[in-house]
Structures are given as C-alpha cells and as structure tokens.
Design a protein around this ligand. Structure first.
Ligand code: NAD
Ligand code: IPM
Ligand code: MN
Length: 357
C-alpha cells in the first residue's frame, strides 16, 4: 500500500524520538512491501524558529492532504514567552481541531517486563494494569474562551469549560465501541458534583449507554479516579473523560505502568486520517542527550498501522519487536530497574528496528 504520512518532529526530544520511529517505518516498508511517503513539516517551536509562526499554513495543508500524521512533541522553555496564540502548544491544539480529531486513545498497559519499574506495590501490579483512556480532544476548557482582563484595579483571568451534547455523544460512542472490543466496561470520569459541563456529560453518557446494553457503565468523580488509579488500577477497562481530566489522568496512568516514555496515542475523528504521538512532552531536561525513550513514539506508529491503515500484522510486528527488546533486558534510563542494561535512544531504536525482519 502507498500512504502519505506528514511527519512533525517538533521540539526538545521530538526529533530524536521521530528519527527512531522512522527507522521502524522503513523496516515495515521493506518487510511488507509498502511505500510510506514521509512529508516533513514544522509545527511548534521549530516552526517559530523558521518562520515566526507556530502553525504555518503549509503544515496544515500537508496534514490535511496526508493519510496520517506522526508527531514527536512540541514546546519548551525557549518558547514560553511567546504570546498565547503563538505558543507551540497552541499549534498542536490547532492541528487537532483543524483535523477534527475529537477522540484520543491512550492505552495504559503494563508490560510484564516493566513490572519492576512501576512505583506501585507488587500486589497492586500483580492484579494487572491494562486499560484505555478515551480522552475527548477538541472541546472543554482547552477550546473555550481564554480571557485575561482588568477588573476593579486588578487582573482577572478565566477559561471556559464548555461541552455540547453532540460533542459528548460522539466521544461516548468511541468509548463504548472501544469497550466492546475489550473488557466491556466504561468508567466515565467527571466532576458532576460541581460542574454543569460534567452534569451534561453524565446525562449524555447515560443516554448513549442505552445503545450498549452489553457494556457496563459506571461513573466516578475525577478526584476519586486519580486516587483509584493508584489504589486499584485493575478495576479499569475503558476510562472515558473530557479533555483536561484526560490529559492529567493519562500522565498518571502512564507512570503506574513504569514510565511516561512508553505510552503511545491515537487521535482521530470521523475519517481514517489520524494523528499519532506519544503522550509525553518535549522533555527539555533530557533533550539532545540521547536519553529519551522512543518506545511511546514507536508504538504510536503501531497504532497508526492499526487504526488508520488497517495493517494489523504490521502493528503486531512492531509491538512484538518492542516486547523482545524488553525481554533482552534493554532499557532507556526512564525504565531502569535491577538487572537491566541502560542504553540510549538511538540504540533502542536500532535494536527495535533490527528485530523487525
Ligand atoms: P514532559 O512530558 O516533556 O516531561 C516530563 C518528565 O518526563 C521529564 O522529566 C522528562 O524528562 C520525562 N520524559 C518525558 N518523555 C520522556 C521520554 N520519552 N523518555 C524519557 N523521559 C521522558 O512534560 P513537561 O516537562 O511538563 O513539558 C515539557 C514541554 O513539553 C512543555 O513545553 C509542554 O507544554 C510540552 N508538552 C508537549 C506535549 C506534546 O507535544 N504532545 C505533551 C506534553 C507536554
Ligand atoms: C498532551 C499535551 C498537550 C495537551 C499540550 C502540549 C497542549 O499535554 O498531548 O498530553 O494538554 O493536550
Ligand atoms: Mn499531557
């Protein structure tokens, strides 16, 4: 198959982790006889450096004309003084919104090989960690009005968290469909004891659930969910939640599986074109040091194969290669535990790519 993939390296460790993922893409091309046309475009800080704009029109056009987008990570201290509308993070939100990517899947699965890297107690880990966070991605407080104004002689700022019924309905369907293919349980996480947007969220989710009698629905407040993720993560199958809660809970979910460095994500809307990115950021503290874990990005490539291209085998081969490298005891620094061998980002990418033959 021929596929066009827009590739955005981004900032910080972005270029390093993308380089390793491209090695994997090339091996998949060779092994399965596909042709992936990679079109490199800029967004975020790298784009600001080149042309002053965090999200150039060319990037939008290329993404819209591609079959999928692969993104490293954007942002970093160098760009923190940019005006809000030209921050690297806004470019990412712009792409998500312009491509209509309202659904974000973030799998939290503990690799057996990484059990010792989890900060949780052994008996909690033993119960198993394998759930999917289904995060709404183009609504909520991220996309409501952001206002800073002067009132009564002082600055006042507010951000509006807003959801429409249709926005909740479409993401709830994604969660129930996802649960049907897994453990048939959806836990909808909200703050319906305080927020109107959450009350509406809960009402719509209950409505949608009626079409899925085979899926068990429960509700949980977000503060309790944050706690339950540490106490008893085995209870979760699919966590359905709004944009900001999903952002926060997925970082927590990643850490109980050992490290944020291994968690991929898929973002999609109503078409097969998706964007695939690790859930972590540009990690400025380790950028340029060949220390980044490329597995989250490599597994994002696997998700691209599966979700956008229906290449199940290709996805499986990538996942197996990652499993094998972990079996062999190789770890990047963030996954280190007793009796493992710490290697750099490049070597990790090389080893994973080598295992695809
Ligand atoms: P971060 O996720 O970049 O880093 C948090 C911690 O995790 C750091 O200690 C970092 O070294 C570590 N880490 C992250 N990814 C890693 C990897 N692959 N391998 C090893 N260690 C890894 O979060 P932050 O420091 O809060 O944010 C840094 C910048 O990234 C900010 O500008 C932020 O806005 C941006 N950001 C971008 C994205 C994205 O592009 N999708 C996501 C989150 C944060
Ligand atoms: C993520 C990031 C982004 C988000 C930022 C960089 C806009 O944290 O992808 O998790 O909050 O969605
Ligand atoms: Mn995040």
């Amino acid at each position: 198959m021929n596929k066009k993939i827009a590739v955005i390296k981004g900032d910080g460790i972005g270029p390093e982790i993308i380089e390793e993922s491209v090695k994997v893409l090339k091996k998949i091309e060779d092994k399965f006889g596909h042709s992936f046309e990679l079109i490199y475009v800029d967004a975020g800080g790298a784009a600001i450096d080149k042309c002053g704009k965090a999200l150039p029109q060319e990037t939008i056009d290329v993404c819209l004309a591609s079959d999928s987008v692969l993104l490293g990570a954007v942002g970093g201290p160098k760009y923190d003084s940019q005006p809000a509308e030209n921050r690297p993070e806004r470019a990412l939100l712009g792409i998500r919104s312009l491509l209509g990517l309202y659904a974000n899947l973030r799998p939290a699965k503990l690799f057996d090989q990484l059990r010792d890297a989890s900060p949780l107690r052994e008996e909690i880990v033993d119960a198993g960690i394998d759930f999917m966070v289904v995060r709404e991605l183009t609504g909520g407080v991220y996309f409501g009005d952001h206002v800073t104004e002067e009132k009564d002689g002082e600055a006042v700022a507010y951000d509006v968290m807003k959801y429409s019924e249709s926005e909740v309905k479409r993401i709830a369907k994604v969660a129930f469909d996802t649960a049907r293919l897994r453990g048939k349980k959806v836990c909808s996480v909200d703050k319906a004891n305080v927020l109107d947007s959450s009350k509406l969220w809960r009402k719509v989710v209950v409505e949608v659930a009626k079409d899925y009698p085979d899926v068990e629905l429960s509700h949980m407040y977000v503060d309790n969910a944050a706690m339950q993720l540490c106490k008893n993560p085995a209870q979760f199958d699919v966590i359905l939640t709004e944009n900001m809660f999903g952002d926060i809970l997925s970082d927590e979910a990643s850490m109980i599986t050992g490290t944020i460095g291994t968690i991929p994500s898929a973002s999609f809307g109503d078409s097969t074109r998706g964007m695939y990115e690790p859930i972590h950021g540009s990690a400025p503290d380790i950028a340029g040091m060949d220390m980044a874990n490329p597995i989250g990005t490599i597994l994002s490539v696997a998700m691209m194969m599966k979700y956008s291209f229906h290449m199940e085998n290709e996805a499986k081969v990538i996942e197996e290669a990652v499993g094998k490298v972990l079996d062999q005891g190789y770890r990047t620094k963030d996954m280190e535990s007793a009796n493992t061998t710490v290697i750099g980002c490049k070597e990790m990418g090389d080893r994973i790519a080598e295992l695809i033959y």
